[in-house]
Design a protein around this ligand. Structure first.
Ligand SMILES: Cc1cc2nc3c(=O)[nH]c(=O)nc-3n(C[C@H](O)[C@H](O)[C@H](O)COP(=O)(O)OP(=O)(O)OC[C@H]3O[C@@H](n4cnc5c(N)ncnc54)[C@H](O)[C@@H]3O)c2cc1C
Length: 564
């Protein structure tokens, strides 16, 4: 990707950071006709694998935007099992395995699933390095959006009517100023935007655990003979569990490329680790001296459970890792970053297009911050469950005692694997109860549980999913912005008129049949652009007060205004 020329002097939304959060936000804005510029200090998208799991809810968003199939075709071959497997060493004993479908099976199985897994898409195990170019392509292919790689944000000033941002071209130090109505910092853990606002992360960091709590070494490597040397069935996630040193490793392409992560002991220093020393860490986890090519290496810290104290001030927002930092157990960081972008995208567009008062933007922090606290908490629990369960000495012994130890460890790890990787409740069950951008009907939301999602149209949660026919999801029929589900008899014209008056794009979707009516528990259900149930009620409900509450937010002060 060549470096782009100087960004335009004025835009509606300036996005800092071209990771999943920034790119997804650019797409959400562009699809709604909002002008946006995105700058990222790297020359292109991520080279390193980074995140390994795209959760089902993220895949549903990719489907809404029209590129879920494109993403599902990436990463490992479509028949490669996405199992999570636990070994003493990869070429040693297999202790436990949680079997998960290949990409092809996921596509076939999703339509047969119900209950917790009633969904338009199942998860896809794919490295972030493959997803980012898809997002980049879709963002850059949309009129109104300009992507500028090789540019960094230096500083900004929010003067109350606009944001003035100082940018610098990384290659030659050339500077420019961009005026925008809004600025979004999707600029990762070291966020310039968050730091300039003086916001700290709150929560826990530096937690020490036997594993997944300390300084980690990340190796992106190629080991072409791995699948010949290792006598076990292939898996997507490979965890090595022995008393010497533990590791986790995601298959990147299913052909010999891996993202390998292991923890340094307290006395070990990353700067002392040579290339051969790094390769030896991987070979020790395999338990064989197979050839290995190091593609890149880095270090990171496991043990964070952090959420920024604020997500918005005036015309400036933060999202993704800039706003929350996870220990990657459960694979939630990038997915939470995508959800932030989805939530903020439609709200910025609605305000900029004059459909809603600027007060709507305050609901971004009100809705997303509690979910960041929830999700980082779940990830922390998984890190404790895996990291505090220490291997017994003698686990690798070829003896009856060794076998008994492996059986005990395997029973625990199998149970842990199910807990960490079967998480429909986390991915589908996030809610916005209490948000002013939701009209409560007084019903009680289902309980929050990691492994259980209870479909419910109680306003504030994901719209319950339904298959309408072969391969046709209810979500495929939703409008791109607002959708009114007509689940019984009645006249929906007052809703269309009220929406037109506000220039609000509203798709009315008649859904005859008992199944949909009983799933939604009302004659009408109004679905927000992020597929969250905003309101439900009887056929003769007056749309006026409902839309006023959702878009005028009478309970919130209306700052800032929209004009740049
Ligand atoms: C080992 C590991 C495994 C992981 N596995 C998973 C997983 O399975 N699932 C999951 O959901 N998450 C996982 N994550 C987390 C995931 O990688 C991050 O949460 C995700 O990348 C966050 O996306 P983002 O867009 O917020 O930030 P980033 O991806 O960090 O993007 C921020 C961008 O902003 C740019 N930038 C920074 N400052 C500036 C500036 N001043 N000017 C211009 N540009 C700037 C950066 O170069 C970067 O490109 C994992 C993380 C690790 C370390």
């Amino acid at each position: 990707m060549p470096e782009t020329p100087v960004p335009a002097a004025q835009t509606d939304v300036l996005i800092i950071g071209g990771g999943p959060c920034g790119l997804m936000l650019a797409i959400e804005l562009a699809r709604r006709g909002v002008r946006a510029s995105l700058v990222d200090d790297k020359p292109g998208t991520a080279f390193n694998p980074q995140a390994n799991a795209t959760q089902a809810r993220t895949m549903e968003h990719f489907r809404r935007l029209g590129f879920a199939d494109e993403v599902r075709a990436l990463g490992m071959p479509e028949d490669f099992p996405t199992d999570v497997a636990y070994f003493t060493r990869y070429a040693g004993h297999e202790a436990a395995r949680f079997s998960l479908p290949s990409a092809r099976q996921a596509r076939q199985q999703v339509a047969q699933l119900g209950g917790s897994w009633s969904a338009a898409e199942l998860p896809h195990r794919v490295s972030q390095k493959f997803v980012e170019p898809v997002l980049h392509r879709h963002a850059s292919g949309t009129p109104g959006v300009a992507l500028h790689n090789g540019w960094r944000l230096l500083s900004f000033v929010d003067d109350g009517t606009q944001v003035l941002s100082q940018l610098e071209r990384v290659a030659d130090g050339r500077r420019c100023t961009v005026r925008s109505a809004y600025l979004v910092g999707a600029d990762g853990a070291r966020s310039t935007v968050r730091q300039q606002l003086g916001w700290s992360y709150t929560g826990e960091s530096g937690v020490q655990r036997d594993f997944m709590g300390g300084r980690m070494v990340a190796l992106y490597l190629r080991a072409p003979t791995f699948y010949r040397v290792v006598p076990h069935a292939p898996a997507w996630m490979n965890v090595s569990f022995n008393a010497e040193r533990r590791a986790f490793m995601a298959a990147v392409d299913g052909r010999g490329e891996f993202a390998f992560h292991t923890q340094l002991r307290p006395h070990e220093r990353e700067q002392d680790l040579s290339v051969d020393g790094a390769k030896a860490l991987f070979q020790a986890a395999v338990g064989a001296e197979l050839p290995v090519e190091l593609l890149s290496r880095g270090t990171w810290t496991a043990g964070h459970c952090l959420v920024a104290e604020r997500f918005q001030q005036g015309r400036v927002f933060i999202g993704g890792d800039a706003a929350h930092l996870f220990t990657p157990t459960g694979g939630l960081g990038y997915n939470t970053a995508v959800d932030d972008a989805v939530n903020l995208g439609w709200k910025l567009a609605a305000v900029l297009r004059g459909q809603a008062r600027a007060a709507l933007l305050q609901t971004y922090e009100l809705e997303r911050r509690p979910l960041a606290v929830r999700n980082t908490g779940y990830a922390r629990g998984f890190a404790d469950s895996l990291g505090l369960f220490a291997p017994e000495p003698g686990l690798e012994d070829d003896s009856a005692d060794g076998a008994a130890r492996r059986q005990r460890a395997g029973a625990y790890l199998a149970e842990h694997g199910r807990r960490e990787f079967n998480i429909p409740g986390i991915t589908f069950g996030g809610r916005c109860d209490g948000s002013p951008a939701i009209v409560s009907d007084g019903s009680t939301p289902p309980p929050d549980a990691a492994d259980r999602y209870t479909p419910s149209a109680c306003p504030g949660g994901r719209a319950p999913h339904l298959w309408l026919g072969e391969g046709l999801s209810l979500y495929d029929r939703f409008g791109f912005d607002w959708t009114l589900l007509q689940l019984g008899a009645g006249d929906t014209r007052p809703w269309q008129v009220a929406a037109q008056r506000r220039s609000l794009p509203l798709t009315v979707l008649p859904l005859p049949g008992d199944e949909a009516r009983s799933l939604y528990g009302a004659d009408l259900a109004l679905i927000r652009p992020d597929q969250v149930v905003a309101w439900r009620g009887p056929a003769d409900a007056d749309p006026g007060p409902v839309l006023r509450q959702l878009l005028d937010l009478p309970g919130l002060a209306n700052a800032p205004s929209t004009a740049p």
